[in-house]
Design a protein around this ligand. Structure first.
Ligand code: HPA
Length: 234
């Protein structure tokens, strides 16, 4: 047990999928894992461990935003020995070429700040995905009937943004989409020598203003979960 995770040592797998939403962790465990068992419900941040094609995997909610994800990822790495951490989540598209339901495989994650920013002082660290996971996820995505984009994303500190100029600069510099967690996940994985990746589904579009209705999200989230699992165990 840790401050925020109630699982016993050994109840968390070395491979962890991290959706922001704890109910998406439940849905993914019920639909994609065999023998899934609830291993955490502290603060309602559900976590499940089961297996996929004979491989042990945990699906643990991370909450929204980098401060929340940082708590779970620190404890998963330091106390439970997680080695491969794949964020699965939604994002808002920032380019015309990206459509609703497309999958984004995030090569790098820009940010204004992360919970780790203070340790870097004047340095601008570049949070980057694990290349082996990234290339396996791209191969897995290309085997499916889903639009896939590989490139930089923006990990924002806010959903309700009072600085639209920041999004404009990200779009201008080719950033594909915005979400709120990946930069800190990549930074923590780098610090501890672990593998990390973010695979995201486009749920809304910042340029067109479109958004996926809730009932249409499941199918595209299913593709993303399978891509994440295939990448983790390739
Ligand atoms: N902004 C930030 N995070 C998000 C968005 C967004 O538009 N969509 C999904 N996650």
């Amino acid at each position: 047990m840790t401050f925020h995770i109630g699982a016993e040592k050994g109840e968390i797998a070395e491979t962890v999928l991290l959706p922001g939403d704890p109910y998406r962790a439940k849905w993914a465990a019920e639909n994609f894992l065999q023998g899934a068992r609830l291993v955490n419900e502290v603060r309602g941040m559900l976590g499940f461990t089961g297996s996929w094609k004979g491989n042990r995997v945990t699906i643990q909610g991370s909450g929204m935003g980098m401060p929340s994800l940082s708590i779970y990822v620190n404890e998963l790495i330091r106390d439970y020995g997680a080695r491969t951490l794949v964020r699965i989540g939604s994002c808002g598209a920032m380019q015309e070429s990206v459509a609703l339901r497309d999958v984004i495989v995030a090569m790098s994650a820009s940010s204004v700040s992360t919970p780790s920013s203070t340790i870097f002082r004047e340095l601008n660290f570049a949070p980057t995905a694990d290349y082996g996971l990234l290339s396996a996820a791209v191969a897995a995505a290309e085997r499916r009937e889903v639009g896939v984009h590989v490139g930089g994303i923006y990990s924002s500190d806010t959903f309700y943004d009072e600085r639209p100029d920041l999004n404009e600069q990200m779009t201008r510099h080719g950033i594909l989409a915005v979400e709120m967690e990946a930069a800190e996940l990549y930074t923590l994985a780098a610090r501890h020598g672990r593998r990390a990746l973010a695979v995201l589904t486009v749920s809304d579009h910042l340029i067109s203003g479109e958004a996926l209705p809730a009932e249409q999200r499941e199918r595209s989230f299913g593709d993303m979960i399978e891509i994440a699992l295939e990448a983790a165990f390739s």
